[in-house]
Design a binder for this molecule. Structure first.
Ligand code: SAH
Length: 436
């Protein structure tokens, strides 16, 4: 078994689990080293025939504190499984404490499915999908483009499903969902009758799970070309198979529409993709400059502007870092600026470099703003949390010698729920600042 260092799990508070599993005993002091069970060559099976995975004390405490992930270092030895199984989770004495997906290769070994001893079968997943759908139905009022399943935050770890009207775009991110592709596709077909389901599991995080990235048509037919969907007054077209992510950045959908409200005069949108922000700005601003490094995305953005009869959008295929530096050097000014870069840090070791990157673009944007102008600035880097992001903004404003007011602190839309016990689900920050 490869040894892996344990990611931070927060400070330990107190020495005892909040509720001792048996309710008797006095709770042993925790400084005594715990005996780890020998690695198993064949799994231990529970009463329902499912394999059991037992946790060390620290893992039990973490599970009981509500964290939906258990790391490899907190397992009581190697359970002798292949990966992808639904398992019974037990404490050191073999008491059942829940059910989870098991991953063999990832540092994250267990992902929560249930605290109760229920059957995790077709009906279990059907109910989770129905519950996810109920949230979108009540929160999004008749919209047909949204994130339908947001992994852990909807109780189906390692599964992302985005709905674009008649089509679904899906990511299977862990062995357990990868191995249940057919079941999940059956359930989605029965529930939504989509014309097609596209598999966009072409993402690097699959490598951490021992899965290779893959994409293609999963069920039904491919959309004939880019599909269209509405965001407020604007119609956006995006390619489900060839576009980034599952086709579009649905997490920013509500923020796109919000941005129109602040648009005025000369606007600048950096890291535009197919124009989620740029098109909204163009409905209110005199002119919009959109900077995007991918030629393919820039071309789609030009098409989108035309289709919306927005002739005031100038699309520049360039590196936004260079564009911002040159704009400052040339003494240019803007009234509204949007910064929505890709993630700058995939892990916490890249934190400092990520903050430097954010500071560079935010500092320049602040220098470019006219008094009274707005900066809409986003970060989808989970490792840079709200506090770190605000510290970066404060430092950028100081260096720019500008006074900046925070007008709004926003996150992803309501179709990207945040699980209170899993901070990782709160990854997107989107601030509206105003230059004094
Ligand atoms: N703002 C978009 C999403 C942006 S995703 C929306 O709301 O829909 C980040 C985008 O930045 C991607 O399209 C990517 O191609 C682009 N990008 C990445 N690095 C860049 C760089 N250095 N300069 C300009 N664009 C970049």
């Amino acid at each position: 078994m490869p040894t892996s260092s344990k990611p931070p799990s927060g400070p330990h508070r107190g020495g005892r689990p909040s509720s001792p599993p048996s309710g008797q005993g006095r709770g042993r002091p925790h400084h005594r080293p715990e005996k780890v069970a020998p690695d198993r060559t064949s799994p231990e099976l529970g009463p329902d025939g499912l394999p059991q995975v037992s946790l060390l004390r620290r893992g039990v405490e973490r599970w009981q504190a509500g964290h939906p992930w258990i790391y490899r270092a907190d397992l009581n030895g190697d359970p002798g499984l292949q990966g992808g199984e639904i398992v019974r989770v037990t404490d050191g004495r073999g008491w059942f404490i829940g059910k989870a997906f098991y991953s063999r290769q990832s540092k994250i070994s267990l992902r929560w499915l249930s605290f109760d001893d229920v059957a995790v079968d077709e009906d279990f997943f059907r109910q989770r999908l129905l519950s996810a759908q109920a949230l979108r139905k009540s929160a999004l009022l008749g919209e047909t483009t949204y994130r339908l399943v947001h992994g852990e935050a909807d109780g189906i770890p390692g599964l992302v499903v985005d709905r674009y009207g008649d089509y679904l775009s899906v990511q299977f991110l862990v062995p357990a969902t990868e191995q249940r592709k057919a079941l999940i596709a059956d359930l989605l077909e029965a529930q939504f009758k989509p014309r097609g389901i596209v598999n966009r599991s072409d993402v690097g995080v699959r490598n951490l799970e021992g899965l290779t990235p893959e994409k293609g048509l999963l069920r039904g037919e491919l959309p004939p070309g880019p599909i269209s969907f509405d965001e407020g007054m604007v119609r956006v077209r995006a390619d489900l198979l060839e576009g980034q992510k599952t086709g579009a950045f649905l997490d920013q959908k509500e923020n796109h529409v919000m941005a129109a409200q602040y648009a005025a005069g000369e606007a600048l949108d950096c890291f535009s993709y197919v124009g989620g922000f740029a098109l909204q700005l163009a409905t209110r601003a005199q002119s919009v400059t959109a900077v995007e490094i991918s030629d393919q995305a820039a071309a789609q953005l030009r098409e989108n502007a035309q289709a919306n009869k927005l002739s005031n959008v100038d699309v520049v295929a360039a590196n936004a870092f260079d564009f911002l530096r040159d704009a400052v050097d040339d003494g240019r000014k803007f009234d509204t600026i949007v910064l929505d870069p890709p993630s700058f840090a995939k892990n916490k070791d890249a934190f400092a470099a990520a903050v430097r990157g954010y500071k560079e673009i935010n500092l320049r944007a602040m220098q470019l703003l006219r008094p009274g102008g707005h900066l809409i600035t986003a970060s989808c880097t989970y490792h840079v949390d709200e506090q770190a992001f605000e510290d970066m903004l404060a430092s950028a404003a100081a260096d720019a010698k500008r006074r900046m007011q925070i007008i709004e602190r926003r996150g992803a839309g309501k179709d990207h729920p945040v699980l209170v016990n899993l901070r990782e689900t709160r990854y997107l920050k989107c601030y509206v600042l105003r230059a004094m």
